[in-house]
Ligand binder design. Sequence first.
Ligand code: ZN
Length: 308
Amino acid sequence: MLETFEYINEDLPWFFAGISFIFGAIVGSFLNVCIYRIPQERSVVFPGSTCGCGQKIPFYHNIPILSWVLLRGKAACCGEPFSLRYPLIELLTASLFLWVWLVHAPLVAVVGMLFVAFLICATFIDLDHMIIPDRFSIGGMVLGVILSLLVPALHGYHGFWLEASIQAGVSAIIGALIGSGLVYWIAVLGEIVFRKPAMGEGDVKFVGFIGAFCGWQGAVFAMFGGALLGSIFLLPILLLGRLFGGNKAPEQSTDDGEEGEEEEELQFGAQVPFGPLLALAGLIYFLGFSHYVDAYFADFATFFFGQW
Ligand SMILES: [Zn+2]
C-alpha cells in the first residue's frame, strides 16, 4: 500500500496536495457547524444543515466554498444572505491542510490536520463567545498525547517504534505540563501586577493542548509569540481608541453583558480573546517555524545547562 502511495506521489506530485485542499474544504464546512453548534450544546451531526427560514439545505447547495460563490452568498430557498465567514473558514481550512501536507511527512500531516482543525474551532468559538470549550483544550491535550504515542514522528522521534513512541508520549506530556504551567503562573503574576485577571483558565488549558502536539518549545513559543502578536495587533487599536474614542475603547459595547464586569479599559485577555493569538502562534510554530525555535531553545539550554 505504501508503495502505491509513493508511486502516486512521484508521478503526480499534486495529487495528494489537491486531495488535502479538497479534504480541508469539506472539514472546514463541518467546522462551521461545530463553531456554531458546540457552544449551544447541540449535536454537530444531527440534524443536517438548515437555513434560517427552516428549510433543509440540499447537499448540492452545501458544497464547500463553491456553493457560497455560485449562490452569491444567498440562500437558494429564501434569499437570506449567508455570512462571508462560512466560505472563508472553508478556504482557510483548505489552505492550511494543503500547507500542513506540503511541510510534513504524510502521517504527521494527517495528525497535523486534526491539530489545525482544533485550532480553527477553538479560535472562532473564542472570538464569538470568549470561551474555549474543554473538549478542545482538555480533550485536545489527551488526544495529543495518544496521537504522539501512535505517531512519534510528530515530536521528531523515529526508529524503533516502541522506544520512539514512549519518547514522543513523554514529550507530549511535558509539553502539556510546561505549556499550561507557564501560562498559569503568568496569569497568577498578571493578576497580582494588574489586579485583575489577565488571562483565563481556558487559555491555560489551551496552551497545554498546543504543548501536547508541539512539545514544550511549541507551547512556550505559542505563549510568547501570542503575546507579541497581541501587542502588534492591539497597540494600534488601543492607540486609535485613545485618539478617537475619548475614554472608551472601541467596539467593546456590551455584546452580551452577562459578565457583570464593565471595565472602561480595554484589557488584555478579558475583553480581547487571547485564544486566537495563542492558536496563531501555535500554527506558525507547527507550519515551519519550529526549526528556528527549537534551534534557539537548544542554544539557550546549552548556554545554561551545558552540553547534554
Ligand atoms: Zn431559507
